[in-house]
Design a binder for this molecule. Sequence first.
Ligand SMILES: [Mn+2]
Length: 489
Amino acid sequence: MANAQSPVESFLAAAAQAAKVILETVEKDGFIHVFSHLDADGVAAAGIMGKTLHRLDARFRVRVTQWVDEKIIDVLVADKPQLLILTDFGSGYLDLLSAKAADFKVLILDHHQVAGETVNNGNFVQVNPHLHGLDGATEVSGSGVAYFVAKNVNAENVDLAPIALVGALGDLQDKNEERKLCGLNQLIVEDAVNAKLVTVEKDLTFFGRETRPIHKALASSTSPFIPGLSGEEDKCLAFLASLDIKLKEGERWRALRDLTEDEKKRFCSALADYLISRGLHAEVANLVGNVYVLNREEPWTPLRDAREFALMLNSTGRMDRPSLGIAICMGDRGAALEEANKVLEDYKKNITTYLSWVMEKPNRLREFEHIYVIYGESFINEKMIGTISSILVSSLENPEKPLLAFANIEKENAAKFSARTTEMALSKGVNLGGVMRVASEKYGGKGGGHNVAAGAQVPIDQVENFIRTVNELVGKQLRGEDVGSANNT
Ligand SMILES: [Mn+2]
């Protein structure tokens, strides 16, 4: 770096520059179009931007979608916004944006790997940790980037810090010791704690530990995903009974917080044994860790625990109801929350159905030399494929192999792939962003992403070729060979 700024300082300077663009646009009463990704992080980012613009009394509109493509950009620029803000995606589509939107003011607030060039006419401002030597996979999420911009717009927006943490957890950025958030995320944690909005506790990381019957909390665990227990309340009941843990106090179901220290120890060590007996050693570390409690939320709602909040946002995006998630991020606790609760329940049912479907027959989850592949084909909804691979990646027998999952997108005659890597594969040099880009482009598709999580879309008749190539490329990376980066410049 040419100047003496630290990476964090130069990132924050970029966020301040983006804030200036927003303020200038609002001052001229310009129309602003916010466009965001539909996962939990993207919905959180949309909520943060929505709230920020609402507070400025700006004229704006928010839309959420699964990806950026030519058709979508055509629609966006047809609105003739004075400012187009992309959150939680955009950096992977710079060439496309430069070709289609060069005459528009564009803010890209993203944390994905950067691909292509921004048009050099002063119209584009990009805020992305990768441009400052910071890791976008673990140190800050899309909603975190949006948060730093929002905070520069107005210090009052510090109250959106909890939403940025929800987004980071939704993107699984807590893959650190004791499931802590680190890097720029840690700065957001400090903001939230200082404002008394969030408390950080160390406990079992299951959802509903304050409110839910223990067997239900256990059955709803997807991080870790515990084969044989996750999604299976009956088996969880039997498991707890075998540990001699009382489930009820009189008529009332006990929650995890009601367990005595001794019971909690017994429960944890039995779960650890269970995971180890299934070869899931790495998951033991995920049982206990930092829990992020949103102090102002009602204890019996899913919004109280930041990870569960993230699951709810994800559910609204994946079930085609992202406006509910955005409304909740912007502060709605009435009808939107009530409706989102229903969406969340449906979503959980879907996940359980898909997971048991995958495990039911061996040809649905196939093992190759260097990777696993879930053949979701037309059974798994393509919007759920990323969720399913995130849940299952750390539960497979060989922790060295990344997991690919795909589902067909019938109307586009394409297959959508989602890839997730394990910590072990990552430490041995696997970078899925590069693999997905190189392999998909070879077969007329497109792809890219982070080193730990990436995606691709390929023509349906090229699925087998694509899988074969991904398997080869991952093998090469494991041998230390370079296969090309996620960035195609
Ligand atoms: Mn994200």
